[in-house]
Design a protein around this ligand. Structure first.
Ligand code: C5P
Length: 239
């Protein structure tokens, strides 16, 4: 399966068509962005780390019965994915207060929520990905009632699995963002990535082991992401 034309250029990855029209190749890039692209830097090695981390996690999710777009990792920075129509929603799940949630409600970070909270953001760079509710999702004709229910239910199931996966390497899953896509027959499956770029992970001492290191200028991202990859490899590889 060879790389053909560029299908989509994103901030953290490029998607290419392959010689199979049902499969795309995702190439993870060495670019870090924050604040909807207003902060931007080349971080050498980040693409390879995120590709390997997300490949390992999607493989584990597949094993645990979640339908995802992940087919296989084909190089350090590339993976093959089933082609989907991305649903323009960022589906965020929160287990602890942090980030925009803490800001919005004026609550300190790291408070455990009594039950996980699912939020939708409208994926639209020009609008800065606004927070939206179910009625807005329907108004914008992004998804039907049944699909909204399915997205919330899937997000919570994936939360349980990811909490366990990261728990095995002593990382607390604070919150994370998912994206889903539709297959030609309308089936909705998990797409995009799950990595320290799209999740908040805290270690036992509540150190940030995720992109907040970059967002908040807390130090070098690479050793932090390497720690996540090594942990996952030690725990889940060679089974
Ligand atoms: O910024 P906020 O607190 O809303 O982020 C919640 C979670 O969603 C974090 O884990 C963050 O990394 C992720 N996120 C993302 N892409 C965005 C916004 C948030 O991956 N555009």
């Amino acid at each position: 399966t060879k790389k053909r034309t560029l299908l989509y250029e994103g901030k953290a990855k490029n998607l290419y068509n392959t010689d199979d029209e049902t499969i795309v190749l995702a190439e993870y890039k060495d670019q870090a962005t924050a604040l909807n692209g207003k902060k931007k830097d080349v971080v050498v090695g980040k693409g390879a780390l995120n590709n390997q981390i997300t490949s390992l996690i999607f493989r584990e999710l597949n094993r645990r019965g979640v339908q995802t777009h992940f087919i296989k990792q084909v190089s350090e920075t590339e993976q093959l994915n089933t082609k989907v129509d991305i649903i323009p929603l960022e589906v965020v799940v929160r287990n602890y207060t942090a980030g925009s949630f803490s800001k919005r409600f004026g609550i300190e970070e790291g408070m455990k929520l009594s039950t996980p909270i699912v939020e939708f953001y409208y994926k639209n760079d020009a609008l800065d990905d606004p927070f939206i509710n179910d009625a807005h999702v329907k108004f914008l004709e992004i998804a039907t009632d049944e699909e909204i229910d399915f997205l919330k239910k899937s997000a919570l199931e994936i939360d349980t699995l990811l909490t366990a996966i990261f728990g095995q390497i002593d990382l607390k899953l604070i919150d994370f963002k998912l994206e889903f896509g539709r297959l030609p027959d309308g089936t909705i499956i998990l797409a995009d990535e799950v990595s320290p770029d799209t999740s908040r992970l805290w270690d036992a001492a509540n150190n940030h082991v995720d992109k907040d290191v970059y967002r908040r200028d807390l130090g070098d991202l690479i050793p932090v992401y390497e720690k996540v990859l090594r942990g996952l490899q030690n725990e889940f590889e060679g089974e």
